[in-house]
Design a protein around this ligand. Structure first.
Ligand SMILES: *Cc1c(COP(=O)(O)O)cnc(C)c1O
Length: 301
């Protein structure tokens, strides 16, 4: 699918000033450069889902997400580009004048919004609920929330092809864990994979991730949930200052929900001496910059 030019992805070194020269190097894999909204890991998790939908003759794709979902907006744009219709099953009810920037942009790309009560949304993985949706929207191809299926994992495995062989530690933010699972499967076992969950108590995901890994891949990884900075989606002045400083020093914009909290945590880990001095750390920029619109006035980028 030619809608995304993967040649845009670069590995960009961070200024040693930012990490105090305490490790060999820190760089970011700039998946955010792929597209303004089909960005980062979302493209990789969607690509094989879209190919499968087309291959099976579907004309419409449906998926789930909240009102700020990077996944829904990426689906809306990607489906629009390739001529598939899309439906976003949105958690909660929103009046027309309450639509978030994300939902408005989803509509702009042609996505039909289908609001689902929180009680129903909790059933988004139940077979009966999914069957009812398939009947309501006949012929629809349903992608689970976050692209969390085999196609999503397979796509995430492709991200490993951009990782330099010399990297000793990989860092990625974790939501559903789909990207993390794909990466752990595809990376060399000697490369450590560190997952940063921006969610209070997010380490509960450890068990679910371990179950999805084969025994040989189930090693050399760890999740951290310490750096949720107030909880999922919360953004205070500490985080905003961090994002602005990071941009000033490194020239890289971070998103407030995922990558900013990962880099916040990574820097604390580096300064606490968690890494051997010759480590070559690669942090994956998973995109999500569209979600910064609500704090745009406070950002220098
Ligand atoms: C969705 C998202 C993640 C989490 O990806 P999972 O595969 O669901 O773990 C991380 N970073 C950004 C920017 C995202 O939008």
């Amino acid at each position: 699918m030619a809608i995304i030019d993967e040649g845009r992805v670069v590995v960009q070194g961070l200024s040693p000033q930012w990490y105090g020269g305490r490790v060999g190097s820190v760089a970011m894999l700039r998946l955010d450069l792929l597209h303004p909204v089909i960005s980062g890991n979302k493209w990789f998790k969607l690509r094989y889902n879209l190919l499968r939908a087309i291959g099976e003759g579907h004309r419409t794709v449906l998926s789930f997400g909240g009102a700020h979902s990077n996944h829904l907006i990426a689906l809306a744009a990607a489906a629009g580009h390739i001529g598939l219709r899309s439906i976003g099953a949105v958690r909660g009810e929103y009046a027309r004048d309450q639509l978030t920037d994300t939902l408005r942009t989803c509509e702009h790309y042609g996505m039909r919004l289908h609001f689902v009560s929180r009680a129903d949304y909790a059933r988004r993985q139940d077979t009966a609920f999914l069957q009812a949706l398939s009947q309501q929207f006949a012929g629809v191809f349903i992608v689970p929330e976050g692209g969390a299926n085999e196609e999503g994992i397979r796509g995430a495995q492709d991200i490993a092809a951009f990782v330099p062989a010399a990297s000793t530690h990989l860092c990625v933010s974790v939501g559903s864990g789909t990207t993390f699972v794909g990466l752990r499967q595809a990376l060399s076992a000697r490369q450590a994979l560190l997952g940063f969950v921006p969610l209070r108590g997010g380490r509960y995901l450890t068990e679910g991730i371990a179950k999805q890994l084969t025994q040989e891949n189930n090693e050399n990884w760890e999740l951290f949930d310490k750096w949720h900075l107030g909880g999922f989606g919360k953004c205070d002045s500490t985080l905003i200052s961090f994002m602005n400083d990071f941009y000033t020093v490194n020239g890289i914009p971070l998103d407030r929900v995922y990558t900013a909290k990962m880099m916040f945590g990574l820097r604390e880990l580096i300064y606490s001496g968690a890494f051997p001095p010759d480590s070559k750390i690669l942090a994956i920029h998973t995109g999500g910059l569209q979600g910064n619109s609500s704090v745009a006035q406070q950002l220098v980028f």
